[in-house]
Ligand binder design. Structure first.
Ligand code: GAL
Length: 420
């Protein structure tokens, strides 16, 4: 006969096991994110796996939109109606906007215990903190100044890695002459701005880029350089195809993947798409730094912010935050995502060739203060400035305004922007 104490023990054991198998609202991680492409879905799956390993429940909702207005509108609606997710994906200056409204949980205790100040690249810390307090949990260091090139087409055309701007133009001319789409691009302003920021960093260099686009310093507006940037953007306009006005970024990636286009200028999430299709760098595709930006890492770090007003147990939140910053999660996640981790201490051995280069570049640029926020992804300056830049860059690339109109509009935006 079992003794009463052992009966109690058995009952408790069964109940506890059931509770862990059916997590309640209190121990379910409830997130909102915008990762919907094939590569991105794989990445979300990795976060889910690590969270479930902790015995927590998982509830994730996706709203497409790459951190742009579609996603932000949905998040704003949820928060305004008193139904925020426990945590949301967020990038760049949007994090500060939420913190300024007093909506975010302060993460200083965990950050201190796990020494985030020591391992997260400085430029990312700048965006994860508000008034010196941690409010964002960075999960990657994506970078945007990359060319993603179809290897078979590169070889067929007898081309090699472009080193300088003239090399790039030569490469694009060769692709065009052979009937390929030289540059595959999508329709959204953030995609046009990705092209612009690489051209701007290449033409102006790190100091120019930092002072104009991060510090918003009107005395740094060198009009000759700005004119050169828009002239170069006009040259690139000749290498886009008519379909650019209808497709999104991952449809553009498909064109490179299938060899209909030679290359795409995009963030390292393209590497995640190629990985998801089983492609191998150096054999099926190549990743090259945008000519004249070698040594610079224009970055976009995906982060999670946590809302104060949520019913979840504090322990669930803490486990979520610690798990996201776990070295092994950041390794597995970013092998899938195509990014470098958001920590400098994640071993690089298991990453592919592009991932290893991304990690080397990130570590070196972090030491030299050459990690600079992406304008397109809102990591460089506040939302109103970003949106004004989107408009002029997109209007110009689509041929609606001339070079000189674009130059003066850009100068006006920077001159009138409040200094951060
Ligand atoms: C960015 C995000 C990347 C990738 C990209 C395209 O905003 O930071 O991780 O998802 O959008 O969807």
């Amino acid at each position: 006969m079992p003794q009463p104490r052992s009966i109690a023990f058995i009952c408790c054991f069964l109940l506890c096991a059931t509770a862990a198998a059916h997590p309640s609202a209190n121990n379910t991680v409830d997130i909102l994110h915008w990762w919907v492409s094939e590569g991105e879905e794989n990445s979300i799956g990795i976060i889910q796996r690590y969270i479930e390993k902790q015995g927590l429940g998982w509830h994730a909702e996706a709203v497409a939109g790459s951190g742009t207005y579609r996603f932000s509108d949905e998040l704003r609606k949820r928060v305004a109606s008193g139904n925020p997710p426990m945590a949301s994906q967020a990038i760049g200056y949007d994090i500060r906007d939420w913190a300024r409204q007093g909506k975010l949980l302060n993460l200083d205790n965990i950050a201190e215990e796990y020494q985030w100040d020591e391992v997260i690249p400085f430029a990312i810390q700048h965006l994860s903190k508000y008034q010196g307090h941690w409010v964002g949990v960075p999960i990657n260091t994506h970078s945007t100044n990359w060319l993603w090139v179809n290897h078979a087409q590169l070889t067929r055309l007898g081309l090699k890695q472009p080193d300088t701007w003239p090399d790039l133009i030569n490469m694009l001319n060769t692709a065009k002459a052979s009937g390929l789409i030289p540059i595959a691009i999508g329709r959204e302003a953030w995609e046009h701005t990705l092209l612009f920021e690489s051209v701007a960093a290449g033409a102006g260099g790190a100091e120019f880029y930092r002072r104009v686009f991060l510090d918003l310093d009107p005395t740094a507006l060198d009009m000759k350089i700005i004119d050169q940037i828009f002239q170069r953007m006009s040259m690139l306009r000749n290498f886009l195809d008519a379909g650019a006005i209808t497709r999104n970024w991952n449809q553009a990636t498909e064109l490179v993947l299938s060899g209909q286009a030679l290359l795409q200028v995009q963030g390292s999430w393209v590497d995640g798409e190629f990985n998801a299709s089983g492609l191998v760098p150096g054999r099926d595709y190549d990743c090259y730094r945008f000519p004249d930006t070698q040594g610079l890492v224009l970055f976009n770090s995906d982060q999670y912010i946590l809302f104060k007003d949520h019913v979840v147990e504090p322990e669930t939140r803490n486990t979520f935050v610690k798990t996201l910053m776990d070295v092994e999660l950041q390794r597995d996640l970013n092998i899938a995502t195509g990014a470098a981790p958001a920590r400098v201490d994640v071993p690089r051995a298991d990453f592919n060739q592009c991932g290893q280069q991304a990690i080397n570049d990130m570590r070196a640029a972090n030491m030299r203060r050459a990690m600079l926020g992406s304008i397109a992804m809102g990591n460089a300056n506040p939302g109103p400035v970003k949106n004004a830049l989107y408009k002029v860059i997109s209007d110009h690339l689509m041929g609606h305004i001339s070079n000189s109109q674009a130059v003066s509009r850009l100068a006006q935006i920077i001159s009138q922007a409040p200094r951060p």
